[in-house]
Write a protein that binds this ligand. Structure first.
Ligand SMILES: C[S@@+](CC[C@H](N)C(=O)[O-])C[C@H]1O[C@@H](n2cnc3c(N)ncnc32)[C@H](O)[C@@H]1O
Length: 529
């Protein structure tokens, strides 16, 4: 993340490697790629624009630059698409000194003509659900900006100084997120506590007894002992039935009324925005110039320019040559998979300012929603509800997006269902997705230390990096009956010193929540936070 003043001076730039990709007749055939040379570290990248900050009011309400300040989409319809070129170049990207991409494509094509597996990166503290919100003072400008190659430069916003960003002196919600009883705002005590009686409430219980190193197994009480009115199985079914794109069965084995979500929980199929959070501005999007004929192939043909845009939006922080790759195969399956189980992939899709069609554009997989996957919900005594496959699901298949309520970090509730939207912004994080009250299939996905889903960070309804989407794809072929899981931790182990109970006793309400992992995987990390 660039420093709060927007300077990129400390960020190493990277060299560009041109990857010779031989022409091919096959859309899905991948080229044999050259080995990755070591990345050269340069110093300053003066090409990228200073970030356009998003002023944030003391209440946390976003006051983004009004849409009218942003140019509308730039379209240059042409009668015919550009001719194929043997070497892909980034369309609309600034010339030579710009686009300092790190070379990435050294790796194995584990199935020729199928999937490129990317080398692991260092784990990062990125989005992860099932923990308390970590309060981060809102003092650094968000990194939302549109690429210079797509948009003319605009004058600095009058509100673009650091002084505009108010740091709350006493975070009002911080303590509220750890209510006395350990119950969240919705009374979801057991949810916040996690499995196996590892309680997390700020009730002064000695830390050692809460983070029991040999936890006693007990039935998981997903929604606690409170008297919140719960769904009946029928009303729960009715909520789940709102999902029309995916077939979801509910396995009633072992289900008692206490297992059911609060009556207030509703199924949503897209993000909703809590009061005070503005929905992403559709004008804050750069559209492609593909004239409605977006291309996936990179076998000698430049893919849709939206593909390259991701690298530009993120100041080349992503592994650059990835930006030359179309992320999907023609059948909508993910072409690019990370090697490390916890690692995420970054995707950009076409958007409302592109000229392509939602129904047919090959670069709109997540926004179209999952197609024809068959899953079930099952209640497990020590993990609560989980999602399992009721039919085989091939590798690379889009399963679900994590949708729920978008909350500002200063207003998040205590919840085991938070997903931080901090992939790009890290400490400048503004928002989280909470699925405690509203959610979809993805909120029932459990953690595994050896997961079979990969998390994708997706941009399609805003190029404001604060509002990335989170989607799950299968990272291997899934057999019928297998539980679908992802890694909540981003690969970061729970440190022995991270003792939530002690931290809470010391007043640190933003301490992480632990739960005893019941994934059963070989090499299970045992404690998850
Ligand atoms: C996002 S929810 C997942 C759905 C949840 N099982 C339910 O019934 O709603 C996260 C919570 O599920 C439980 N959980 C998820 N993965 C687990 C695992 N591997 N072992 C034990 N508990 C797990 C933890 O209590 C965690 O706080």
């Amino acid at each position: 993340m660039p420093p709060p003043n927007g300077s990129t001076a400390s960020r190493p730039a990277r060299t560009t490697t041109v990857i010779e990709i031989p022409p091919s007749d096959s859309e899905d055939e991948l080229p044999v790629l050259p080995p990755r040379p070591p990345a050269a570290v340069n110093t300053v990248n003066a090409v990228h624009p200073a970030p356009v900050p998003t002023p944030v009011s003391p209440t946390g309400a976003s006051r983004r630059t009004p849409a009218r300040a942003l140019p509308q989409k730039r379209r240059h319809p042409s009668p015919s698409p550009p001719p194929p070129t043997p070497t892909p170049t980034l369309p609309q990207v600034p010339p030579a000194p710009a686009a300092p991409h790190a070379p990435i494509l050294d790796d194995d094509l584990d199935e020729p003509g199928d999937v490129v597996v990317l080398a692991p990166r260092a784990p990062r503290a990125a989005a992860r659900p099932a923990k308390h919100a970590r309060h981060k003072p809102v003092h650094s400008p968000p990194k939302a900006r549109l690429p210079t190659s797509k948009l003319p430069s605009r004058p600095a916003s009058p509100g673009s100084t650091a002084a505009t960003f108010q740091q709350p002196t006493t975070p009002p919600q911080a303590r509220a997120r750890l209510p006395e009883s350990g119950a969240d705002a919705n009374g979801a005590k057991g949810v916040a506590a996690g499995a196996n009686g590892i309680t997390t409430g700020a009730n002064g219980t000695p830390a050692a007894s809460r983070l029991n190193r040999t936890p006693v197994k007990q039935a998981w009480r997903p929604f606690g002992d409170d008297h919140t009115e719960r769904h009946t199985i029928d009303s729960f079914r009715a909520e789940i039935a709102k999902e029309t794109a995916t077939s979801i069965e509910i396995d009633l084995t072992g289900v008692t009324p206490e297992c059911l979500p609060p009556k207030s929980w509703t199924y949503v199929t897209d993000l909703t925005f809590a009061p005070g959070v503005d929905a992403p501005d559709p004008a804050f999007l750069a559209g492609c110039d593909c004239d409605g004929k977006c291309r996936l192939s990179y076998n000698g043909i430049v893919p849709c320019e939206c593909v390259a845009l991701l690298d530009e939006l993120t100041d080349g922080k992503l592994r650059g040559a990835r930006s030359l790759l179309a992320p999907y195969k023609a059948n909508g399956q993910l072409r690019v998979l990370p090697k490390a189980a916890h690692e995420m992939v970054e995707l950009i899709e076409c958007n409302s300012n592109c000229m392509c069609d939602m129904a047919t554009c090959p670069l709109r997989v997540v926004q179209r929603g999952p197609v024809s996957i068959q899953v079930g919900l099952k209640f497990m005594p020590h993990k609560g509800w989980g999602v399992y496959a009721t039919a085989p699901i091939p590798r690379g298949t889009f399963v679900a997006q994590y949708v729920g309520e978008v909350l500002h970090v200063t207003t998040v509730r205590n919840s085991a269902y938070l997903f931080e939207l901090d992939y790009f912004t890290r400490e400048g994080q503004q928002y989280m997705i909470d699925t405690a009250q509203k959610g979809n299939l993805a909120r029932f996905l459990n953690h595994s230390c050896s997961p079979n889903l990969v998390q994708a960070i997706v941009l399609y309804d805003s190029h404001n990096l604060d509002f990335h989407r989170v989607a799950f794809f299968t990272r291997c072929d899934i057999a019928m009956g297998e539980e679908l899981t992802f890694d909540y931790t981003g690969g970061i182990p729970a440190l022995p010193g991270q003792d939530h109970g002690a931290a809470v006793a010391n007043g640190a309400a933003d301490a992480p929540v632990f739960f005893k992992c019941e994934c059963g995987a070989e090499g299970c990390r045992e404690m998850v936070n």
